[in-house]
Design a protein around this ligand. Structure first.
Ligand code: BG6
Length: 514
């Protein structure tokens, strides 16, 4: 698809209002998430004039820093980030953020430290005129979530006065199975109202993920064919070329299934499969997503062998570099049976999707970073072509490219010029950057902003998280009972174990070739 003219189309954008004034309190502020995502996201919000002037960040962590040192680190990191995005670094903004940042060294389990925290928050509220609004970001290991929330409640830090709000953003993983997710919901529900809880899934912060709904529901031509009558199956791939990096400790316990499926992958499934909501109100959208999750039949234990595939990478070559196998990674047991790859055949049992499989796969150390949703339509009848030289007709495929190339493409058959009738597969491409340019983004901007304005549409409700775990739990149980026998079973730099191909071949289908 041509972008026309100079390759960019400038569309008028309704400018969003600045977020509510507030103090952002980050638990685990000295960790990677703050440095790599949260502060750069705050910077990007500032660049787009979406940050309120009455704003402060308070970091809380156990590492001993002076406030001055913490600020210095932040200033340096922000400058590095803004320099690396290709846009001109806004030094004044980096300085402004650093000047509005504070740090408190404390122990998540110590009540006395929460008394100090309360004092600091009161002080910052006064100094920065933030009006008493506070949101707390749980950027810690998940085992601390309930403790921190309990302690916040005990000193009154979650209490909302008239015209002020207190909100909590909870990072994933939210529990490790149905029971633990339910327990966590119960525990934090003793302190917070559901409307104060923002369970984050950063996939929903991605523009291309949000665009799935716009694409489906703002266009009249796709929805009529978006069902079992026209769609043969759906393939969702979330491939990463990276290995576990320095997160071996966490990953050994979680594994690929827990890390990616009940959250990111099921988000993609629900947005692809849901019915049109009656509005963009948070609960209208989330109700429809929840219905999809509830319509997804948990894979029965006896079907796990044929509908679920696990893999672990051995050494191999990724992008021309030789890399070690999973078992040789830092903080990973040399005998580890943790999976770094999963493929599943999921079914959404409702009138729209009955008998349309959703094949999903995700893994680390695959040949490249790639996230996409491919909708494969049913083939056209061949009858008309049977007396021609055409051997077969390729099905139409609509691909939503989530990352790193962002766009949408439609594959269809066209006549190859010449005296014979021959059909070739051609593609019509829409590329985000061509039309809208590309803005540096971490994916957290929209989510932080939405929390600050009280819009929970892109956050998970308690019932959705539990429903997600319900879908995958039988697989977790069977895999636990039957340890894998052939790990490692795929080489780093390949598309996963042979069994993942078999999963589709059994149904007469194949993964889309990259
Ligand atoms: C995180 C997982 O939630 O998502 C990581 O814990 C994974 O293991 C990451 O690498 C992928 O996110 P993205 O945005 O890079 O696709």
């Amino acid at each position: 698809m041509s972008a026309g003219g100079n390759g960019k189309r400038h569309l008028s954008q309704e400018s969003a209002r600045t977020a509510d004034r507030c103090v952002m309190t980050v638990f685990g502020a000295s960790g990677d998430l703050t440095k790599r995502k949260l502060l750069p996201a705050i910077y990007n919000l500032g660049r787009n004039n979406l940050l309120p002037r009455e704003f402060a960040i308070l970091g809380f962590a156990k590492d001993v820093f002076t406030e001055e040192d913490f600020r210095k680190t932040i200033r340096a990191e922000l400058k590095e980030y803004s320099g690396s995005t290709g846009s001109q670094s806004d030094e004044a903004l980096c300085d402004w953020i650093a000047e509005h940042t504070y740090y408190l060294c404390g122990d998540f389990a110590n009540p006395a430290d929460y008394a100090l925290l309360k004092q600091r928050i009161d002080e910052l509220t006064e100094r920065h005129h933030t009006g008493g609004n506070v949101f707390y970001y749980m950027a810690t290991l998940p085992q601390f979530f309930p403790e921190i929330i309990r302690q916040l409640g005990a000193v009154g830090l979650t209490h909302e006065e008239k015209d002020t709000w207190r909100r909590v953003i909870v990072e994933k993983p939210f529990g490790s199975d149905v029971e633990s997710a339910r327990a966590l919901n119960r525990e934090i529900g003793e302190v917070l109202d559901e409307k104060q809880i923002y369970r984050i899934d950063h996939y929903l912060g991605k523009e291309t993920v949000q665009n799935i709904l716009v694409f489906r529901f703002a266009n009249g031509i796709f929805e009529p064919v978006w069902n079992r009558r026209y769609i043969d199956h759906v393939q969702i791939t979330v491939a990463e070329s990276l290995g576990v990096e320095r997160r071996g400790g966490y990953y050994e316990k979680a594994g690929c299934l827990r890390d990616m499926i009940p959250n990111h992958i099921l988000q993609l499934v629900t947005l692809t499969a849901m019915e049109p909501p009656t509005s963009f109100e948070a609960d209208a959208v989330r109700d429809e997503q929840a219905k999809v999750l509830n319509a997804m039949q948990p894979i029965l234990p006896e079907d796990v062998l044929t509908r679920a595939v696990r893999g672990q990478y051995g050494e191999g070559d990724v992008a021309g570099e030789h890399v070690p196998g999973y078992r040789a990674e830092q903080f990973v047991s040399p005998k580890s049976n943790t999976e770094s790859f999963v493929a599943l055949k999921l079914q959404v049992d409702n009138w729209r999707w009955a008998d349309v499989p959703f094949y999903v796969r995700t893994g680390k150390r695959m040949p490249k970073r790639l996230t996409e949703i491919a909708i494969q339509f049913r083939r056209a009848p061949f009858m008309l072509f049977r007396d021609t030289t055409v051997q077969h007709l390729a099905p139409n495929m609509l691909v939503m490219h989530i990352q790193p190339d962002e766009g949408i493409s439609l594959q269809f058959g066209a006549k190859i010029p010449g005296a014979h009738v021959q059909v070739g597969s051609v593609t019509m491409d829409f590329n985000y950057a061509d039309y809208f340019g590309s803005e540096p983004s971490t994916g957290y901007e929209r989510l932080l902003y939405d929390c600050m304005i009280g819009d929970a549409t892109l956050f998970q409700r308690a019932d959705m998280v539990e429903a997600g775990w319900r879908v995958v739990e039988p697989v977790l149980d069977v895999w636990k009972a039957l340890p894998p026998r052939a790990f490692p079973n795929y080489a780093a730099g390949s598309w996963g174990p042979k069994d993942a191909d078999e999963l589709l071949h059994r149904d007469g289908r194949a993964w889309r070739e990259e």
